[in-house]
Design a protein. Structure first.
Lengths: 311, 546
């Protein structure tokens, strides 16, 4: 297990290095710079700024300096937001995105599994059809439409929640719902199909024959095995959801990291682009690793280290 | 098996702890806001607006975007302030100007910073020199280039002592200018010219990064909260010299960067103002808001135009440029596409600066004339037919409204002149790079005035290599008129010179004006006294709820 993890960590480091390198050069290749704008700066001022931020030095110097400062977890000052460092932006934005992501992840997982289980237990009955119609809607309606719809119905028409902004727990409900809709639907479908498969297995019949109640069979025997595909999906999903969604954050005016990421690109805010990319990559790579480890815990049949013989 | 299940549950537990830990919310405040809204007899003087995005910087010397300007304009005060379109004395009590219009002596009024320090002439001197100091990296330092040796100091060619701003004593500020600048009192209302509390700034160079006791300002409001990317809260500044005329007790500025959400929040009573100048309204909603009589429209100093690259064929021919310019139906564009009651532009300088420019220098949609000029232009180029024209590409930055305008103009040129045009769009930074480097044929651009003077629009085309010309057009007579106008003391004569220059510009047409911008917004009916200037800036000092 330890060997496996250390091997994986090494490959994570390598991927990270490749990501940093690719981003660095792609970013520099894009036309325009952090100081180009509608009103062109006098050349002297632009030169002065480029010197200050080290943009006038040869690319290899900039590149290696950058690698060193990343290793020290120092992403440098933001080019656009004067007086804020990229570390500040991440420290401010990530907890917000993380909180929202967690909330929608909880919603998606709990409601998704519930719907899926109900549908599977009532296979081909109205509960099944109802849950699956719900799921198809959730998958096919894009999140920005879902967001506007929620705003219109729950906030403007019914007045249950505020339209937007990030102030109290109430403010988080609509964006979390909008963000959760698609993954929830997906999880519901996944759970349903794997639940159906599991329910037809012999050991379920055995459990039934032993006289266990339906509830016990479902919870103790069926769900546990049916959840494997959900866990697979959970890894990339949580990385995607926790880092924040640009669309949702924009529509609801949420000060998260997702909107920072997209804005930094159109701002050509080099340090922010790099900082947030590195941060995201680390998050994504580690969440995939965690999922692989979680497999081993949930399903003993999966061996991480390639297996010891005879076990 | 039970062990594993408990693992799952403990995971869930960890998740919920995270949830609880992350909830750093300020519940007290939102409760207070609600309670305030219900009182009827005594209307609460609390304003809620949306400013779209995080301001780039709330240091007057570093700010270079309109969002920062909106906040600074409420918290700081310059020597002058713009009211009803004219500069009015603010931090200055009186001023003298020398006969050659190059030396201004301002007498400051007795005013205090939010921490009780007196506002002194040294604070102004410090702030202006700080912004000009090359080591402080101010992008807007060039706004101070009007001051003697300002540019030289900023480029490292002069010393700080040489800069033409000097505190003669605590309350007297002497400013020497590079050239006579007839609009200097407009400039002193601009945020780069605001003072900075020199006592604090010297002690704590990071004073401007967050709200707090060191964030001192001298304007009608003080900043009490700044949650980055989320909100800014201003409260009335009790130490302000004119505090008795400030009625609002609080301004909450949220940062929601979505026009549809902004309007929904307004409709739901979460904002008192939606739209320009602090935010935006969705274009699709404008006709309905207009119909309901809710829409406020105000022309501002901005022009949407097409730039011609006058060094690329066929745009090197003035008659071709004229033909293309005359063949555009501007009325159709503003009525069907932009929908914000924009004014068709047949001139370069907006009517807020030259009121007679509502009419302009030529007729809108003058197809007959356009055809004549096209014929003439083709002859001059030695071509028999429009089909022989080199291929034409119209460029714009990727945006729905720009795309619609481009398609409309493409259609008009084809229908009216038989000219085929290709459209090409690019992301903003890529686009602006192409434009500034001359890698285009026709491209859209907007220009908004920084201060209320026609020179703002005309000087773009003074020098072929001027940073914002882009058209490669230059005209010696035009250039001379602009240079002479800087030295003219008589405002009427100066205006005539600028008009003459504009006449040349509109005859040569390196740019085809399309429309003059407007600000459109909706506001609470009982909100009064908000001052939106002709430049599209907002000042809340005199605002109140009835």
């Amino acid at each position: 297990m330890l060997r496996y993890i250390s091997r994986r960590l090494l490959s994570i480091l390598l991927s990270l290095f490749l990501i940093i390198t690719a981003t660095f050069f792609l970013m520099r290749a894009a036309p325009g710079g952090p100081f180009s704008g509608e009103k062109k700066l006098p050349p002297e001022i632009e030169k002065n700024l480029n010197e200050y931020y080290g943009l006038d030095r040869p690319w290899y110097n900039q590149y290696f300096d950058y690698l060193v400062s990343i290793a020290k977890w120092d992403f440098g000052p933001s080019f656009k937001y004067k007086g804020q460092t990229v570390n500040d932006l991440i420290n401010d934005g990530f907890p917000v995105s993380f909180f929202l992501g967690m909330e929608s992840l909880l919603l998606a997982v709990s409601l998704g599994i519930l719907l899926g289980v109900i549908a599977a237990l009532n296979h081909n009955k109205w509960q099944d059809y109802g849950a699956m119609i719900f799921a198809v809607l959730g998958i096919s309606v894009p999140s920005f439409i879902m967001a506007s719809l929620l705003q219109y119905v729950l906030a403007i028409k019914l007045g249950l929640f505020p339209v937007a902004r990030w102030e109290s727990l109430q403010h988080t409900v609509l964006p979390a719902l909008a963000l959760a809709a698609t993954p929830m639907a997906f999880i519901a479908r996944l759970t349903r199909s794997s639940m159906l498969e599991v329910l037809s297995n012999d050991y379920i019949r055995t459990a039934k024959a032993k006289g266990l109640s339906k509830g016990q069979i479902t919870v103790k025997h069926a769900i546990r095995n049916a959840l494997l595909p959900v866990v697979t999906y959970l890894g990339p999903l949580s990385a995607a959801v926790l880092t924040g969604s640009f669309v949702i954050e924009k529509i609801f005016g949420i000060p998260g990291l997702g909107s920072q990421f997209v804005l930094s690109i159109s701002n050509r805010d080099y340090t922010t682009i790099m900082g947030v990319t590195v941060f995201y990559s680390i998050l994504l790579l580690f969440s995939v690793l965690l999922v692989d480890i979680a497999y081993g815990l949930i399903d003993p049949r999966i061996k991480l280290a390639g297996g010891k013989k005879g076990e | 098996m039970k062990k594993r299940l408990s693992l799952l549950f403990s995971l869930m537990l960890v998740l919920s702890v995270f949830l609880a830990a992350c909830g750093g919310f300020n519940k007290k405040e939102s409760a207070g806001e609600k309670a305030g809204g219900e009182k009827k007899a005594d209307v609460p003087q609390e304003l809620r607006v949306n400013i779209n995005t995080e301001p780039f910087s709330l240091h007057p010397g570093l700010a270079n975007d309109s969002t920062s300007g909106t906040v600074l304009r409420q918290t700081f005060e310059g020597l002058t302030v713009i009211k009803n379109g004219k500069p009015k004395l603010a931090a200055a009590e009186s001023y003298d100007v020398s006969d050659d219009l190059t030396t201004y002596t301002f007498k400051l009024r007795d005013a205090k910073w939010t921490n009780g320090d007196p506002v002194t002439a040294q604070d102004f001197e410090y702030a202006w020199k700080w912004a000009l100091d090359p080591k402080n990296q101010s992008q807007y330092a060039y706004q101070l280039y009007y001051i003697k040796n300002g540019q030289a100091f900023n480029e490292g060619k002069a010393k700080a002592e040489d800069v033409g701003v000097k505190a003669l004593d605590e309350k007297t500020l002497q400013v020497t200018l590079e050239n006579p600048t007839p609009y200097f009192l407009e400039l002193t209302a601009f945020y780069t010219y605001y003072p900075v509390n020199s006592k604090i700034a010297q002690k704590n160079p990071n004073w401007y990064k967050n709200a707090g006791p060191d964030y001192t300002s001298n304007g009608p409001f003080k900043m009490v909260t700044w949650e980055h990317n989320n909100k800014i809260v201003l409260e009335k500044n009790e130490t302000y010299w004119d505090a008795k005329n400030v009625k609002l007790t609080k301004i909450s500025m949220s940062m929601v960067n979505d026009p549809n959400t902004e309007l929904s929040m307004f409709n739901n009573g979460e904002l008192d103002w939606a739209g320009s100048p602090t935010g935006y309204l969705p274009t699709d909603a404008l006709p309905q808001l207009k119909q309901e009589g809710k829409l406020h429209v105000q022309p501002i100093a901005g022009t949407y135009w097409l730039k011609f690259n006058t060094e690329k064929a066929p745009f090197n021919n003035v008659n071709i440029r004229k033909a293309l310019t005359y063949a555009i139906d501007r009325k159709a564009i503003v009525e069907n596409i932009t929908k914000g009651e924009q004014v068709p532009a047949m001139a370069a300088v907006p009517p807020t600066m030259f009121p007679e420019n509502k009419e302009g220098y030529f007729k809108d949609n003058d197809v007959e004339k356009a055809k004549e000029y096209l014929k003439k232009g083709l002859e001059e180029l030695g071509l028999k037919d429009v089909k022989q024209l080199p291929p034409i590409t119209y460029s714009f930055n990727t945006n729905e409204a720009h795309a619609k305008i481009a398609q409309a103009i493409q259609d008009m040129w084809k229908k009216n002149l038989g000219i085929e045009v290709k459209l090409e769009n690019a992301e903003w930074n890529v686009y602006i790079d192409k434009l500034h480097s001359g890698d285009y044929q026709v491209g859209r651009m907007g220009w908004l005035g920084d201060f209320n003077d026609p020179i703002n629009f005309l000087e773009l085309f003074r020098d072929k290599k001027g940073g914002n010309n882009d058209t490669n057009w230059e005209n010696p007579k035009y250039k001379q008129l602009l240079i002479d106008s800087q030295k003219e003391k008589d405002p009427e004569k100066r205006k005539q010179m600028l008009k003459d220059a504009e006449t040349i510009l509109m005859d040569e047409l390196p740019v085809a004006p399309i429309y003059f911008y407007t600000n459109t917004w909706v506001q609470k009916d009982n909100l009064k006294g908000v001052e939106v200037s002709g430049l599209g800036d907002v000042q809340f000092k005199w605002a109140y709820f009835e």
